[in-house]
Design a protein. Structure first.
Length: 217
């Protein structure tokens, strides 16, 4: 059986929609679903299946709506909250994600109860989607050595908003600067993606903060 180009196009559109549903990242799910539904809308028009075209056109517009909100209104979706330990919820979150935390931050759990350590919840709406932790420095900076988010939010938007170019932690908690310590190769790649550069004593910092971070380490 030989498939026509229109049929191949339809199968490809279907495959994109199916593939989108396997993405753990909400952003990737929306993008792939947008491409798939848009393509399937065109396919429906070509073959004259207008109910198919209308449904997928609606799905495509829905994806555009949510992508616009995700990409252009980050500050309306995400927040950073300081939390104190002992905290039942911090303990629950760390225990629930313990296996993955040990893979990404192999040294963290052994020192997670240090009395000088501070914790911050990363939230979307009222849902906790991540935890940041680290130490204050003598010159009012803050060094992060733990930055964990659940898989659906690992598209760097939250990281850029909180510790990257959005500087939400600096602005909200009035730190003089932020530095970071990488606990794994994956963490180093993450910091590089956010624009951090390595410096002396293993402290990573944004270029604008690098001198202060290295001085305060």
């Amino acid at each position: 059986m030989t498939l026509s180009l229109v049929e191949v196009f339809g199968y490809c559109a279907s495959a994109l929609i199916a593939y989108s549903l396997t993405r753990s990242s909400i952003l990737k799910l929306r993008w792939f679903n947008l491409f798939g539904s848009s393509s399937f809308c065109i396919y429906g028009i070509i073959i004259g299946a207008f109910p198919v075209a209308l449904l997928n056109g609606f799905i495509a517009m829905t994806n555009v709506f949510f992508l616009r909100r995700i990409l252009l209104h980050v500050e309306d979706n995400f927040a950073v909250l300081s939390v104190r330990r002992p905290s039942n919820y911090v303990d629950f979150f760390l225990d629930y994600h313990q296996k993955e935390i040990n893979e990404l931050f192999p040294r963290f759990l052994r020192r997670s109860h240090d009395q000088h350590r501070e914790y911050f919840f990363l939230t979307e709406g009222t849902d906790v989607v991540g935890v940041v932790s680290g130490y204050r420095t003598a010159d009012e900076g803050f060094i992060i050595d733990f930055d964990f988010v659940v898989p659906a939010y690992r598209d760097f938007r939250l990281g850029r908003f909180v510790i990257g170019e959005g500087r939400e932690m600096v602005n909200k908690f009035h730190f003089a600067y932020l530095g970071a310590k990488a606990d794994s190769v994956e963490h180093e790649r993450y910091l590089q993606t956010l624009g951090f550069v390595p410096g002396p004593r293993g402290i990573w910092a944004l270029p604008s903060d690098s001198d202060a971070a290295n001085k305060g380490a």
